[in-house]
Design a protein around this ligand. Structure first.
Ligand code: G4P
Length: 526
């Protein structure tokens, strides 16, 4: 196997999706701990209430360095290199969150055993489903009383329309939680109660009938385990790697992240079963990771640490080839050649300069705002990646400058922020106000803060009666023009001059769509 194929086969680029408080931060810390990337858990970032506190979050955003450094975490485990991409979640839920999920090859869904599937998990899952991203499930907090495992499996299967298959089975729960039986390796894993202790491994078993289990566990627990597993095997399909990799089946691990429990099994599962980098879709052809020429796509842009400077970091996911520092790459959209003098690699604690990188890896490319989301970098080929959709914003507000004389400056700021992907910006064909669309409410405040500090334009956001935005498209230009002419007052242009329909309510949207059957009203745009 060539150096490149070998490197590709051992890459695992993934993200964690979850609802706030399910344990994403804790699990991230523990994954890094097992991967040897950090010595002591607790170093990833501020957590819990503190992290979610509003003022703190703004401060973190302003300092930027922290959120950039924890955006991608790279660690090695079991002869694989893992890239864990952070999905900004919680109240700062934004389009970035969605886009990060277009840059991963698989995801881990963390569920709180007491709460089951929650809203944010479902939303993020739907984004994964758009691209059939394979998902491993980690049911967390087994050290607390939670829902019955069968109920949880059933909920995942029913509410997400996904086949489930247990990869491990819990023995007891809450105070009576003794550990899990690893169904993939036929091994007993015993819970170590002291905080921070590593879970003990029982002797490998020959199966559930192995008398070793009777020696290690109380009689009642063994009986319940045998009974449950028999039932689970009868109810669930056996693990099928193809169904998993196509996004139709999720293996389920049970554990307790805070107790380090189940983390090693999850990592082994990812190393053994999760897919290596997949081909990346392009207008021209799919790009295979093992192609020798270096190609990559920008999936996220972040303003740099110092808000007074216009520099940005473009996050590039390598799609093919062996990248080396100092390479010259063509920025396809502008036709300019860029020398990769100081690309950034993301290690858990430190940002280091990238010397080399492989498909599936993320490099940060500092630039002055010329790299935008969706842009391709290649060794010369004209490629146009298609995998990064735009999502219609769910919240729309009007924005105007406090000082009307600053309207032009505001326009410039909004366009730059839109290019960076911080929000959608629409200019209605009638009226002077800009409309800003976001997917998470906190983004309005972040925008206002950034426009004030970075562009020196104090602004006012005001609610609108708008319900949603849809990009409008048609293969028939006459039909499209007819629709636009008939709805002038509801048409705006996005920052790339693409027409958008701003609906006042669901009825307005449905009605207009019905009246113009040849026009497509798109929630996402490729
Ligand atoms: P998030 O990133 O998904 O929002 O969750 P985070 O890891 O911050 O965890 C949320 C809370 O759940 C934390 O408690 C954390 O300690 C706790 N937690 C995580 N995993 C487990 C587990 O396996 N068992 C139990 N019992 N709790 C778990 P907190 O009170 O908010 O913070 P802290 O004071 O404990 O740090």
């Amino acid at each position: 196997m060539s150096n490149l194929s070998h490197a590709v086969s051992r890459r695992r680029t993934f993200a964690i999706i979850s609802h706030p408080d399910a344990g994403k931060t804790t699990l991230t810390e523990k994954l890094l701990l097992f991967g040897g990337a950090i010595q002591m858990a607790g170093a990833v970032k501020a957590r819990g209430e503190q992290r979610r506190a509003h003022s703190d979050w703004m401060k973190v955003e302003r300092e930027r360095g922290i959120s950039v450094a924890s955006s991608v975490m790279t660690f090695d485990y079991a002869d694989c290199t893992f890239n864990l991409l952070d999905t900004p979640g919680h109240e700062d839920f934004s389009e970035d969150t969605y886009r990060v999920l277009t840059a991963v090859d698989s995801a881990v869904m963390v569920i709180d055993a007491a709460k089951g599937i929650e809203e944010q998990t479902r939303k993020l899952f739907e984004v994964c489903r758009l691209r059939d991203v394979p998902i491993m499930t980690f049911i967390n907090k087994l050290d607390r009383e939670g829902q019955d495992p069968f109920h949880l499996l059933d909920e995942i299967e029913q509410s997400l329309a996904l086949d489930v298959t247990p990869a491990s089975w819990p023995i007891g729960m809450g105070k009576a939680f003794l550990g899990c039986y690893d169904l993939w390796k036929d091994q007993l894993i015993l819970m170590e109660r002291s905080k921070g202790g590593m879970p003990g491994l029982g002797a490998p078993c020959t199966g559930l009938d192995d008398p070793e289990l009777d020696r290690q566990l109380p009689a009642l627990a063994v009986e319940a385990l045998r009974h449950d597993v028999e039932m689970a095997r009868a109810l669930c399909k056996p693990f099928d790697i193809q169904a998993y990799r196509e996004g139709h089946m999720t293996p389920v691990f049970f554990g307790s992240a805070v107790n380090n429990f189940g983390v090693r099994e999850l990592l082994d599962g990812l190393a053994g079963q999760a897919p290596p980098p997949r081909p990346q879709p392009c207008v021209e052809r799919p790009i295979m990771p093992t192609e020798p020429h270096v190609t990559g796509v920008v999936f996220k842009v972040q303003a740099n640490m110092d808000p007074r400077h216009r520099d940005r970091i473009a996050f590039v996911r390598l799609a093919s080839g062996h990248f080396k520092r100092g390479m010259k790459l063509k920025h396809v959209r502008s036709g300019k050649i860029m020398t990769m003098h100081n690309p950034v690699m993301f290690l858990a604690q430190d940002r280091g300069l990238a010397e080399e990188a492989f498909p599936g890896d993320i490099i940060g490319v500092p630039n002055h705002g010329n790299l935008a989301i969706g842009d391709a970098l290649t060794e010369g080929e004209e490629l146009h990646f298609t995998g990064i959709p735009r999502f219609a914003p769910e919240l729309l507000q009007k924005v105007r400058p406090r000082d009307p004389l600053r309207a032009k400056h505001l326009g410039k700021a909004l366009l730059q922020l839109a290019e960076e992907g911080a929000a959608r910006v629409f200019k209605p064909r009638f009226g002077a106000d800009w409309i800003v669309g976001v997917v998470g409410a906190l983004q309005f405040e972040v925008m206002a803060d950034r426009i004030r500090t970075e562009y020196e334009v104090p602004v006012i956001f005001e609610p609108t009666s708008l319900f949603t935005a849809r990009w409008v498209e048609s293969t028939d230009p006459v039909a499209l023009k007819k629709m636009i002419d008939a709805n002038q007052a509801s048409i705006a242009d996005d920052h790339e001059d693409q027409p958008v329909f701003l609906a006042r309510n669901a009825w307005h949207l449905d009605r207009t769509a019905e009246d113009h059957p040849d026009v497509r009203f798109l929630k996402t745009k490729g």
